[in-house]
Design a binder for this molecule. Structure first.
Ligand SMILES: NC(=O)c1ccc[n+]([C@@H]2O[C@H](COP(=O)([O-])OP(=O)(O)OC[C@H]3O[C@@H](n4cnc5c(N)ncnc54)[C@H](O)[C@@H]3O)[C@@H](O)[C@H]2O)c1
Ligand SMILES: O=C(O)C(=O)C[C@@H](O)[C@H](O)[C@H](O)COP(=O)(O)O
Ligand SMILES: [Zn+2]
Length: 342
């Protein structure tokens, strides 16, 4: 009898370090002895790091598929382009896909891996801070549709996650701040001491990344398919996704989630769930990392948020924090927002 081991009992490999690319051949051979590897990446990442990656793959037969950078590549159109190009380049079920990029690449390549031939093994090699601390972990894959964010996708775990923090040296300041939003989100839902440390003193990048990943890993191992505890990782995303999409993705994911977290605190305060002090600490930390610049009128998004996947029969499962590190889910109806945003 073959025992299928869901993630919750069989956590996959997460490797974090510097210059892990030097061990890429050894790491890949741990999960894969085949002959052909298909790298999916975006043009910006490939321009910076193609030499760094490809010289570690000389022992393998490698093909590369490059898409345009940015959120617009998480689309049906680009999904079909990538699938067609992989087939034209001879991909087979036993081959291996490498997702080499930020969260957009991780989601797009993960969804291609989940669906092409009904599943091809893949490895996540995140290159943005946001992807290292969040997007590459937990197996959520998918694309956006013209109706909303991440509305088509699949839970499909990578065989391994290789986090080489040296790759961050080329990440620009805005993208680093973008990733800090998910660090702050994770600290506020699952590591109060990290949140308090970030408020008062610098935390080493490696420690910050490791502790942020640990928060996500903990919730994913509890609830891989996002029915309860994993939903805490969606703090700030109810409004965040709506803000991102209505801006045609000009407002980046992390910056939108930052606004979404403050909005969730305002609703939480109105409903007697969140303390004013908790909101003030969140706002102070967001400001410290330059994540307080996006200003929106939440009333403009109330209809949009009910397209969220957490909306069951017009009751919205929304994530709040009662205090730093203490998340909770409350069922919200549209009228609950009345008077929250004066
Ligand atoms: N699946 C999940 O669990 C999960 C979690 C969080 C976010 N996401 C998704 O991730 C996406 C956001 O991720 P992102 O911010 O990484 O977006 P992204 O992939 O678009 O990367 C941001 C920008 O940084 C560039 N970049 C990436 N790595 C670089 C590097 N090392 N040096 C220089 N430039 C680099 C990219 O080319 C891009 O222009 C959103 O679509 C979001 O929905 C998914
Ligand atoms: O992994 C999760 O679960 C998360 O909620 C992580 C989020 O940071 C991430 O943006 C995720 O893609 C949002 O999930 P969705 O189910 O709202 O699409
Ligand atoms: Zn997110």
């Amino acid at each position: 009898m073959i025992l299928s081991m869901p993630l919750a009992t069989n956590p996959y490999d997460i490797h974090i370090g510097k210059n892990l690319m030097a061990q890429l051949k050894m790491l890949i051979k741990k999960v894969y002895e085949g002959s052909k590897i298909y790298v999916i990446t975006d043009q910006t990442v490939f321009n910076y790091h193609q030499e760094y990656l490809l010289k570690r793959l000389v022992d393998f037969e490698v093909e590369v598929v490059v898409v345009a950078p940015g959120e617009t590549s998480k689309s049906f159109e680009v999904f079909e382009q990538v699938v067609d190009e992989l087939i034209e380049k001879g991909i087979k079920r036993g081959h291996l896909i490498l997702a080499f990029g930020g969260g957009v690449i991780g989601d797009l390549a993960g969804f291609v891996s989940a669906t092409l031939y009904r599943g091809i093994d893949y490895i996540q090699i995140p290159t943005s801070l946001l992807a290292m601390v969040d997007a590459s972990i937990g197996g959520k894959t998918g694309i956006n549709t013209n109706k909303g964010k991440n509305l088509v996708g699949s839970f499909y775990q990578p065989k391994m996650v290789i986090i080489d923090t040296l790759l961050l040296r080329t990440l620009d300041k805005i993208e680093y701040q973008n990733g800090m939003a998910e660090v702050i989100k994770s600290a506020f839902i699952g590591d109060a001491s990290l949140a308090n440390q970030l408020l008062v003193s610098p935390v080493s990048e490696d420690e910050m990344i490791k502790r942020t990943i640990e928060v996500k890993r903990r919730y994913v191992l509890l609830d891989e398919f996002d029915r309860k505890e994993r939903m805490y990782l969606n703090f700030g995303h109810t409004f965040g996704h709506a803000i991102e999409r209505k801006s045609n993705y000009h407002i980046k994911h992390g910056f939108a989630v930052a606004v979404g977290m403050v909005i969730a605190c305002d609703v939480g305060i109105k409903l007697g769930i969140t303390s004013q002090e908790t909101k003030e600490k969140l706002v102070a930390l967001l400001k410290k990392y330059g994540l307080d610049k996006t200003v929106v009128n939440p009333n403009n998004y109330i209809n949009e948020v009910f397209f969220d996947k957490k909306n069951i029969n017009d009751i919205l499962n929304m994530i709040f924090i009662t205090d730093i590190g203490c998340p909770m889910i409350s069922q919200i109806k549209k009228e609950d927002f009345n008077g929250c945003f004066n």
